[in-house]
Design a binder for this molecule. Sequence first.
Ligand code: AQP
Length: 330
Amino acid sequence: MRILSGIQPTGGTHLGNLIGALRHYVTNQDVGEAFYFVADLHALTLLPDPAVLREQTRSTAAMLLAVGVDPERSTLFAQSHVAAEHTQLAWVLQCVANFGELSRMTQFKDKSEGKGDSVSVGLFTYPVLQAADILAYDSDVVPVGADQKQHLELVRNLAQRFNNRYGDDLLVVPKPLIAEVGGRVMDLQEPTRKMSTSSASDKGTVWVLDEPATVLKKFKSAVTDSETEVRYDPAAKPGVSNLLELLHIATDRSIDDLAAEFGSNGYGHFKVATGEAIVELLAPIRTRYTELMTDPAELDRILANGADRAREVAQSTLDRVMATVGFLPR
Ligand code: AQP
């Protein structure tokens, strides 16, 4: 079984990325052959400063390693190091995708809002490049957060359409792996919105590299509701339910147990306990990340090895696709 997923090197890694995606990268590397990449081609849609993009690509790779991705058991690479294969496959898939379905992608609608005609074509075709990233590796399973569900559905549709046109089983139709609990970590200040790199206020986003005191402060000021009962009910009590999910994940105790323990005594103690559990969860990751960042040459070496392995696999899929659609062999 092949497992593949990617993360953009944009603005730091937050608790949503860690809990919705990265921790599943680690557990899944024992389940099958895993490919994880830093999505720097995708990050270019925001046209970051070149030096910042380089720095964040390395630091995102260090974050994946710090969380527990093991380069001996997984292929870790930078997407741009396999850019030729990913973008050539993306071109073929762009010819299979249609304008209407891409226009319906909610992430595109959100991110292009207010930009009119100046919105970049890269932002529009982003999900097709994502399809190429996934299909190039014959991926069976893609661990992602719930926000990627619609994009994954598109990837499945494109693979099926390609197979219907050119022959069954040419492309593997992947399945998203979205955790029921923790698949959508909510903003601490606006618990009806997902925690996000681009949210308006930094107070609602917990960064993996935040100092412990900052993490605690963010949890203490988390928005809840006007009741006093700690109860799991995401629709009626989104703030409390988000904290309960986080505390459950950080402590491995059941949500029912935790709700019973904190009961109806208000939220103060509950918020502090959640903040402290998250501080504990993040501490070893921060330490390991700091160590890894002292040796950029080693990070580059790991990424170079990963790219060699990734290119081998992606090239073979690309060759198959190119021959299938009717291009002459060189
Ligand atoms: N709030 C979240 N809860 C659970 N999973 C999440 N992911 C993102 N936010 C949450 C998952 O993290 C992985 C990497 O996401 P990305 O490459 O899109 O990185 P990002 O730019 O940091 O993501 P954001 O925060 O969602 O940025 P914006 O909002 O600016 O686009 C993916 O698997 C994603 O599902």
